[in-house]
Ligand binder design. Structure first.
Ligand code: OFO
Length: 187
């Protein structure tokens, strides 16, 4: 039997609900991925990167919960995602930030497709809700790009890796202060 697209009691379509649940899965994966990376850094003595990634993992969980709230408030059902296949071993600190950038680009694509879908079916409420994620993705990509630049600028020899690890701790401040897309930034 064909699924009803819009119930009489809500405007969120079943397709949009399904897509939002896919995004929930992706945010949950981000959280698990960064938690695994944080733990790896912890065992290797990269304590600043580890703290940064533990915080980042928690932020991703909040991104997921924000979607839970939206879907359920809109009359849908947010589903606890099944998360598997998270790696536990990494080659280097640099590889971690390369993987983060790659992953965040995937997340950006997914958000863009979701936004595009909402626009095409004139679901402007969800479209509006998703703008927060659009801005967030720009910041997340910038953050990982800045992290990778540290490896090129500082170099990994001698105390290089130690210095890079320290500098990773300052990245969030840098993004908050200097991001031109930071809508909350004072003029
Ligand atoms: Fe949720 O921003 Fe990264 O994945």
């Amino acid at each position: 039997m064909k699924k009803q697209m819009v119930t009489t009691k809500r405007s969120l379509t079943l397709e949009t609900e399904e897509r939002l649940n896919q995004q929930i899965l992706l945010e949950g994966k981000s959280s698990a991925y960064y938690l695994s990376m944080a733990s790896w850094c912890d065992t290797k003595g990269y304590s600043t990167s580890s703290d940064f990634l533990y915080r980042h993992s928690e932020e991703e969980r909040q991104h997921m919960l924000k979607l839970f709230g939206y879907v359920n408030d809109a009359g849908g059902h947010a589903l606890q995602p099944e998360i598997t296949g998270i790696p536990h071993d990494f080659k280097s600190l640099r590889e971690i930030f390369e993987l983060i950038l790659e992953h965040e680009i995937e997340v950006t694509k997914s958000i863009n497709e979701l936004v595009d879908h909402c626009f095409s079916i004139k679901d402007f409420t969800t479209f509006h809700f998703l703008q927060w994620y659009v801005i967030e993705q720009r910041e997340e990509e910038t953050l990982s790009r800045r992290a990778l630049e540290l490896f090129d600028i500082i170099g990994e020899d001698g105390v290089g890796l130690w210095t890079i690890d320290q500098e990773i701790g300052n990245l969030e401040n840098f993004i908050q202060k200097s991001g031109p897309g930071n809508m909350d930034a004072p003029n």
